[in-house]
Ligand binder design. Structure first.
Ligand code: ADP
Length: 258
């Protein structure tokens, strides 16, 4: 039996196919353009790769900020529950999930049954989210997927004092004109994202095992800065951006079995 989980985020649509709630048999991710075309392109890629059709899915669960736009969903679920569920499948015993996506950051507490028990979220401000990193990557004339490697070359440490994305952008432009190195600025940017995120995590209470999810978990500079701030081991699953879609596919399986 196949189930489908679709996570429609602000930056990317992610989809995962599971077989019998046990095995991941397909996954796809497409960055969102304008409108809903990213959702269609994700599904087209997934169906072509897997050789399956929409009718083959026993249940489809949609999650994420844009879940209401998805016409094929049998059920919608919050991304908080789906992240907790997806991570618990891959990392049994997880207690804290740190999720940084395109436009929000969340700290999620997971109970011994692998379900979300509480959370704290920043969705009011771009600072500390993937969007902040996208803006900063442009100023540094690079891309988000290169920021981590740039940070790894840093030799000098300093802080970005502005807490707002717009002011931080001006601050970084002025640091560049003062001759600061791009790699040191990348590190400072990552430490500023980590500081905001760890503020949320500490308010929630951090407990091992700690797992990081969302697209930003692919940035090793942010992961390192969070590890240093929390003084905890941070586990990053192989495909951290897919955890919400994976959780949705698992909930879809439970829906059929119930
Ligand atoms: P959403 O669910 O809101 O769409 P995601 O969890 O998909 O967000 O994360 C999107 C963010 O992940 C982007 O804003 C970007 O900053 C970051 N990101 C995406 N791909 C990469 C990558 N290869 N390396 C580092 N960061 C990335």
């Amino acid at each position: 039996m196949y189930t489908l989980g679709v996570d429609i985020g602000s930056a990317a649509t992610k989809a995962v196919i599971m077989e019998d709630g046990q095995k991941i048999v397909g996954q796809a991710k497409v960055n969102m353009g304008t409108g809903t075309s990213g959702i269609k392109r994700t599904l087209d890629a997934l169906l072509e790769d897997s050789g399956l059709k929409m009718e083959d899915f026993a249940c489809v669960v949609a999650t994420g900020y844009g879940r209401k736009w998805f016409e094929y969903a049998d059920k919608e679920m919050s991304e908080l529950s789906c992240h907790a569920r997806g991570v618990s499948f891959l990392v049994p015993g997880v207690r804290t999930v740190i999720d940084i996506g395109g436009q929000d950051a969340k700290a999620i507490k997971v109970n011994s049954k692998g379900r979300m028990s509480s959370f704290i979220m920043n969705d009011k401000c771009a600072a500390g989210t993937g969007r902040f990193l996208e803006v900063m990557a442009t100023v540094l004339e690079t891309t988000v997927d290169q920021l981590g490697a740039l940070d790894a070359l840093s030799t000098e440490r300093f802080q970005i004092s502005s807490t707002c994305t717009v002011f931080a952008e001006s601050e970084v432009i002025s640091q560049l004109s003062q001759g600061k190195q791009r790699e040191d600025i990348a590190r400072a940017i990552h430490e500023s994202v980590a500081k905001r995120t760890c503020g949320l995590v500490k308010r929630l209470g951090v407990e091992d095992k700690v797992v990081m999810t969302g697209g930003v978990a692919q940035n090793e500079g942010v992961v390192k800065a969070i590890r240093e701030d929390l003084k905890k081991e941070i586990i990053v699953p192989e495909y951290p951006q897919m955890m919400g879609a994976l959780g949705a596919a698992l909930f879809a399986y439970e829906e059929v079995k119930a």
